[in-house]
Design a protein around this ligand. Structure first.
Ligand code: SAM
Length: 242
């Protein structure tokens, strides 16, 4: 069983909140049982449960390792807001495939509107889904789910050397795989995917002009937004070999 560490010490770590509940109440683990902890730094800690208290679980670290499980190319998905369960599905599958982060984007034709505290709560929920998916796929770093962003905020969210791609069904010449041949896999890649209603042409020109994004086609068939997201992530991660 894998858990996200709340506090890391030299030879021990502690689990609190949901992680404590999951260990003690759901899985009913006990002192003496072995578990694995991760702290989002890329390390993994094999440990034994020492003590289970009301608010915390103390674990003694037996061994630390740095498994090569994270993708070498940092891939960020910028996803036009789609209806609830579709975003959740994309976040879960994207995490399994190895994305480094996801930015929910307020696109013009997005059916779903998310503002204020509702947006904050939804992002917290998505972060939790990413955390669960990271555990199940044995990742040691969970992807970051960013706050819901407008077009003008995108550039400041990701590193300055990010290489931008916008997946556009009206693109007739440029194909994703040939652009990937020209990109540097050691620098981050951001994939912008539209919402259910697709992109307005003005959004694509904005991304080209302000982000230097390259507009790409995924082929002659129109994919659903969530299929396009998964297909693009798979193609990028496979292109560079994990
Ligand atoms: N109406 C459908 C739905 O309910 O999901 C299809 C939506 S499609 C227009 C949504 C997004 O997927 C587009 O904005 C684009 O980013 C991407 N997409 C789908 N098919 C594509 C293709 N053949 N080439 C490039 N992008 C594509």
């Amino acid at each position: 069983h894998r858990f996200k560490i709340t506090e890391l010490g030299k030879n021990a770590f502690w689990l609190r909140g949901d992680e404590r509940e999951h260990l003690a109440r759901v899985l009913r683990l006990a002192p003496g049982d072995d578990i694995i902890g991760f702290d989002n730094t890329g390390a993994e800690y094999y440990a034994t449960i020492l003590k289970i208290e009301d608010k915390s679980v103390t674990c003694r670290i037996l061994e630390t390792s740095h498994p090569e499980v994270e993708a070498k190319t940092k891939v960020y998905l910028i996803a036009g807001l789609s209806k609830g369960e579709k975003m959740e599905w994309v976040i879960q599958k994207g995490t399994e495939l190895g994305i480094s982060g996801l930015v929910p984007l307020r696109a013009k034709r997005a059916v779903m509107r998310l503002e204020g505290t509702k947006a904050v709560e939804r992002v917290q929920r998505w972060q939790k889904i990413a955390g669960e998916a990271a555990k199940q796929s044995h990742r040691v770093q969970e992807p970051q789910i960013f706050e819901v962003a407008n077009w003008s905020e995108l550039q400041n969210l990701l590193p300055a050397n990010t290489q931008w791609l916008i997946s556009y069904e009206e693109e007739k010449t440029e194909r994703l795989h040939s652009v990937l041949d020209r990109f540097d896999p050691l620098q981050p890649i951001a994939l912008i995917i539209g919402p259910e209603g697709g992109f307005d042409a003005s959004e694509v020109s904005w991304a080209q002009e302000h982000l230097g994004a390259i507009s790409v086609s995924l082929g002659p068939r129109i994919l659903r937004a969530e299929t396009a997201a998964i297909a693009t992530m798979t193609m990028v991660l496979a292109h560079y070999g994990d």
